[in-house]
Design a protein around this ligand. Sequence first.
Ligand code: PEP
Ligand code: MG
Length: 577
Amino acid sequence: MTAALHGLGVSRGLAIGRAYVLARDELAVTEYKVNAAGVETEIDRFKVSLEAARDHLRQIQYQIPTNTPADIRAFIDTHLLMLDDPALAQVPIDIIRIRRCNAEWAVKLQRDALVNVFEQIEDPYLRGRSDDVSYVVNQILRMLMRERGDAPDLSTDGLKGAIVVADDLSPADTVMLQHQGVSGFVTEFGGTTSHTAILAKSLGIPAVVGIHGARRLIAKDEMLVVDGRYGVVLAAPDETIIKFYQQRRHSEAAHAQSLDTLRGQPSISRDKKKVELFANAELAEEILSIRRVGAEGIGLYRTELLFLNREKPPSEEEQFVAYREVVEALNGLPVTIRTLDVGADKSTPWNPAGTLNPALGLRGIRWCLREPDVFRAQLRAILRASHYGQVRMMLPMVCAVSEVKQTRLLIDEARAELEREGHPLSPHVPLGGMIEVPAAALIAEQLAAHLDFLSIGTNDLIQYTVAADRMDDAVNYLYDPLHPAVLRLISMAIHAGQRAGIPVAMCGEMAGDSRFTRLLLGMGLREFSMHPALLLEIKRLITISDIDDLISRVKPVLTFANTSAVLKLVEDLNREN
Ligand code: PEP
Ligand code: MG
């Protein structure tokens, strides 16, 4: 009987294939004693395995696609460095000599000791590094056990076309499995921003993460359908289901091909109204796909990735180099650089999220104004990058006019300093504010008087409007873009911008969801910023929509009392495609 398992679809596409259930913790190790001669043999075995683990990681380094985020590549560099550390390269040899035991047991003892040390550390970031230690030590163990035929061999041909079911996957495993021709990933852990998710997207492999107990529920070699768009995995589907998904796969491929013809076309509605489509980005590596889909620029460049996973914030120079690279790559198209939005879900080792209520605590612009040294370095780096193209600056989590005024003062100071130092700068860097808390939407008109543009961040705006944490599954049912309160706040922001004569964009996930495009066009939105993979579908919808007609049909939406009435209107708007 077919079973449907629900998780988080993190990499779109459909995969149909047999399950390859990866039992990572199967590396069961036992101790046995050896004699004096055996000690040397075990030490040799250990050394050979250490070298094999090194070779293996180096090979993977070569196989990583060029569009893979740099921080993921850095993980593999770190793993290679760990293999050179005496704690891994020497201590197991000492253990073999002292205990007169097999190499596997010595490696396991040292792994347990190291993991134990990491787990005692208070700093959550460093504590999390114990996963890296386990991963690297398991690489050596795998090599030792494979030599004796005890470990699963991930480099076999049996993986071609298979769907890998695992607890979680390291970046190295993900790349290697792709190289073996796997067609999909299902994992028990991980979220939309987990490394498996990011890599699977870069590699173009459908993936669903967060299916707890997947390895228990899915049998080895069982047929699976993975729907990476909706986050569904079907186990043991019957012939009719398989046929249905094969057809869907076929029509999705045909649809993607037809969208290709829109790449160079302007996004103009049927009644000749221009709508601007921008891309969201976090890494220089994404620029290629942004240019490929013909985005009109970057509407949201998130800078947090430069700051996460490190012991202290990056220097002004490091930031300048990173921003300049993106600005130059965009070749004169606008790049909207958002200033640092740490705090809440984006905690860092040097700024762990507060325990009281991080989403309502010091984050975004609040945090930056409290840490003027970090903020100043970023403002200077952005201003310096402005010389190399068209740069706009955007502030996250604004909720008061005073925050904008304070930031303007800091920007003016930074500009004067840089000019004194002789740096070339663009004479005008527009300053925008994100509308992502209800307070900002309610005073959008007052904010607009001090800003050059607004951008609606629906990811946060929704969570703060309905008071439902965007990361909390339990209240996910409340997290609804179509809640009438959310729509009213969006409408307020759009109209405040229109009245002030400044552009209003939307850069939250809602902007890239084609179900809402017509509703938003009817509400007056003319700038959308989204993941580049979604842009052509949104453009298609715009080209076949009549905006004047949408405006009159959408008008009543602000009087609706509940989501179901909004939903009905949205379904009507979407009927003719
Ligand atoms: C948003 O809140 O909609 C947004 C774009 O910002 P982030 O998702 O980075 O919080
Ligand atoms: Mg946000």
